[in-house]
Design a protein around this ligand. Structure first.
Ligand code: CA
Length: 235
């Protein structure tokens, strides 16, 4: 796809040397880059600005990266790549499903960051970029409306903001009603990786989706738990 305008990336990072290194590499890769050095300003900038992707440090002065990610997700569906210096925490962070699209552990090679940023932008472009010209593909079940091209979910006409993975998981299930999937199968289908100790991620994402679309999580109308097996989307 030809781009006439450069895509702009916002880096929210309090360590100046790291922020500048990230900026240099991303600029070299053809992006415009802006930097914010604390959480509160970063969130405001990310919310108000027109960015293609956010590179978000976890430990920040003011509001931390978790909170920035959570609040930004309530408002916008743009790719967020979260960066943390604490290697051991990464699995935990990922499992908690904070809504970031990717997690990178410091120290990373700047080329690795650039590659991840490019991959997420390309994926996002593929998913939303083609939505303008043709009629959108819609999945509709009992008041739940999934616009696959615009990647938006509505419940009885009210939009429900989903993270990318929540959207993918919900859509995957909704398009295959009445089929029972194990967490393992869902993890492999959505995360595109071998499921080694990652099934908790599926549980967390199902919980988040239910909070958004179910009236009662004890009596779910859409995604049913099949005890000891996995999940099924009710037709
Ligand atoms: Ca930091």
């Amino acid at each position: 796809m030809e781009k006439t305008e450069k895509q702009t990336i916002l880096i929210i990072e309090d360590e100046e040397a790291i922020a500048e290194l990230e900026r240099d590499y991303l600029e070299r890769a053809g992006f415009r880059v802006e930097i914010e050095t604390d959480g509160d300003r970063g969130l405001k900038r990310a919310t108000d600005g027109d960015f293609s992707l956010i590179v978000l440090d976890l430990m920040l002065p003011g509001m931390d990266g978790f909170e920035v990610c959570r609040r930004l997700r309530e408002r916008k569906n743009i790719p967020i790549v979260m960066v943390s210096a604490k290697k051991d925490d990464m699995d935990k962070i990922r499992g908690l499903g904070f809504g970031a699209d990717d997690y990178v552990t410091k120290p990373f090679s700047p080329s690795e960051l650039t590659a991840r940023v490019k991959a997420h932008l390309a994926r996002y472009e593929r998913l939303v970029g083609s939505a303008q010209t043709q009629e959108n593909e819609i999945v509709e079940i009992r008041g739940l409306r999934i616009d696959k091209d615009a990647r938006r979910v509505y419940l009885n006409g009210e939009e429900k903001i989903m993270t990318n993975k929540e959207f993918d998981l919900l859509t995957y299930l909704a398009e295959r009603p009445n089929r029972v999937f194990t967490k393992d199968e869902l993890f492999r289908a959505i995360w595109d990786m071998e499921a080694v100790g990652e099934v908790a991620t599926v549980t967390v994402h199902i919980k988040k989706i239910r909070e958004k679309i179910e009236v009662s999580s004890a009596d779910p109308q859409y995604i049913e738990t099949i005890w000891g097996v996995g999940y099924r989307f009710k037709a």
